[in-house]
Ligand binder design. Structure first.
Ligand code: SF4
Length: 215
């Protein structure tokens, strides 16, 4: 009997850390049963990436927590690259300085970095993510763009900021010249659950520059 072919996924999303430098009001990582104190050490990830390479996985998406909060994130990325994979990351952007953006660019294996931006100004963004985080996130995004790292953005919508979406789209698409950004689908979860902060349903949107004309 012929053996059935074995198919590996093309891409994997991994929570490289459960830790983060922020405490966003809607975060699900600090209020769920899946929250753990200890991250897997670098050696374990090295072994895992070797296995990924051996079965043909081509891209790893680094999620968290905040992936760039890990002190050994550069070694982790180097391990991915040594194992012939590309990578992307979901980030709050606040820890991406010029040096890190340059490092990411030099790997020549980055598919994209997604930076969370929740509004067009500090008032709307910092309400959820904490004082000072808008400026740092914007700096992070600009550092990536400055080094020509493929970057995109995610806007986490809630009842407090969905009316500001046109201004946010203007910031991301016109001022920063991103080709697109996306939003979440809104539901009750995370730290906001007990405070009923996000009580409405909303479709996930992907908004591109061409579509945003006349938005
Ligand atoms: S940046 Fe992400 S992981 Fe960190 S607190 Fe905010 S939502 Fe949670």
């Amino acid at each position: 009997m012929a053996q059935r072919p074995y198919y590996a996924p093309r891409s994997l999303d991994i929570d490289i850390t459960t830790h983060c430098n922020l405490r966003c009001s809607y975060c699900s990582h600090f209020s769920s049963d899946g929250d753990v104190d200890k991250d897997l050490p670098l050696e374990e990830w090295n072994r895992f990436f070797k296995e990924c390479n051996s079965i043909g996985i081509m891209n790893i998406c680094l999620c968290g927590g905040e992936p760039f909060y890990r002190k050994d994130i550069r070694q982790i990325i180097e391990s991915l690259v040594e194992n012939k994979m590309r990578f992307s990351a979901l980030s709050n952007g606040t820890l991406i300085d010029d040096d890190l953006a340059e490092f990411i660019k030099k790997t020549a294996r980055c598919s994209s970095i997604q930076v969370s931006i929740d509004g067009s100004d500090a008032e709307s963004h910092d309400k959820f993510r904490g004082k000072g985080s808008f400026e740092k996130a914007l700096n992070g995004l600009e550092n990536l763009l400055c080094h020509k790292v493929p970057a995109t953005s995610r806007v986490t919508l809630s009842k407090y900021n969905y009316r500001h979406l046109p201004e946010t789209a203007k910031l991301l698409l016109e001022n920063l010249k991103l080709s697109n950004f996306s939003t979440n689908s809104v539901s009750y979860f995370g730290l906001c659950y007990g405070r009923a902060a996000g009580a409405f349903a909303y479709r996930t949107l992907i908004i591109s520059r061409s579509r945003a004309v006349g938005y």
